[in-house]
Design a protein around this ligand. Sequence first.
Ligand SMILES: C[S@@+](CC[C@H](N)C(=O)[O-])C[C@H]1O[C@@H](n2cnc3c(N)ncnc32)[C@H](O)[C@@H]1O
Ligand code: SF4
Length: 385
Amino acid sequence: MTEDWCQGGFGLYIHWPFCEAKCPYCDFNSHVSRKIDQRAWCDAYLAELERGAAETQGRVLNAVFFGGGTPSLMDPDIVADVIAAIYRLWPTANDLEITLEANPGSVEAGRFKGFHDAGVNRVSMGIQALNDADLKRLGRIHNTAEALAAFDIARSTFDRVSFDLIYGRQNQTLPAWQSELKQALSLAIDHISLYQLTIEQGTAFGDRYAIGKLRGLPDDDLGADMYAATQDICNEMGMPSYEVSNHARDGAQSRHNLIYWRYGDYLGIGPGAHGRLTQNGHRFATECFSNPQRWLDAAASGKTEKPREALSPEDQASEFLMMGLRLKEGVDLKRYSALAGTPLSQKKIIRMQDIGMISLERDQLKVTDQGFMVLNAILAELLAD
Ligand SMILES: C[S@@+](CC[C@H](N)C(=O)[O-])C[C@H]1O[C@@H](n2cnc3c(N)ncnc32)[C@H](O)[C@@H]1O
Ligand code: SF4
């Protein structure tokens, strides 16, 4: 019998934990550091790749993702060495997707050709907003003109370029978002990620919010209207969503992220990186130490990980559902049953169907357009004992 992960594929995530400045909304594992020994980082990645390859021998690699932080701050030479090692260590899919996250500053734009020559074939740019006042409020160090110039260089360098926008910003009106989104879609090539601003605890925005100093955020109704308008405009402009926050033209979905959502296996390398790895019939959750120096120091001895956790059948089934229902395509209930060892409650499914939150066709369970507005509540209901 094939193992469950094969239905989602196998990917590799590499985390670069540094940024030029810390954005006040961001709770990713990203740090500002004056001095970075790029060679030492390269050696650490190479050691970790060897270790990961030894554990996944014979697997075909479907996608690679350099995420961060700001991996566009990596020297292209380092990226080239890492990619060369990947090709040496794994058999790869013919059309291996290699994505690198890039900030849209002038520094990174100058490196795009180097990344392309290194083997990167897709970039995902954090543009975030298309007006200067909001970029400033988001703590971004680029302005709109710089972002658009960097985007132009990216699109002339790579066939596949995606970008991120954050909406639901302070004092943003619905008409302003609608027109900004239309402008964004007129620029977009084949993929765009549209995230509603989340206030995360432990960030500068989180602190400001807690003392009532982050004003003008949309209330729930406006947030829902913005989400609905986003879906309508993206559908009209040929960029339908395939996941809660991700939109693509046909065939241009992020293959790497699909591995997560389709509950495949992936190696996570770098500070704070998470992975899922099936070995000897068990699926493990892996997590590396998040402190960059601690991770770097540990890499030579291969002790970068916290103790691995074997996921129970229930854990796996819940993760499969939580990830898979984010996708428009939904999940196969037979796969759920095989993971859980027991089918999903028929009673709950019928109840959710009756109120129009989910649909069931053969064994494929999908969240409806209306349901996506309250996805977390649906998941809570389906997963409750
Ligand atoms: C790890 S960041 C990487 C991109 C790159 N470092 C940059 O900022 O341009 C991935 C994306 O998550 C989104 N993001 C991060 N924090 C967020 C938050 N609190 N709310 C909504 N979106 C967020 C941003 O759109 C960002 O581009
Ligand atoms: S949003 Fe991007 S640039 Fe800003 S701190 Fe987070 S990872 Fe760094």
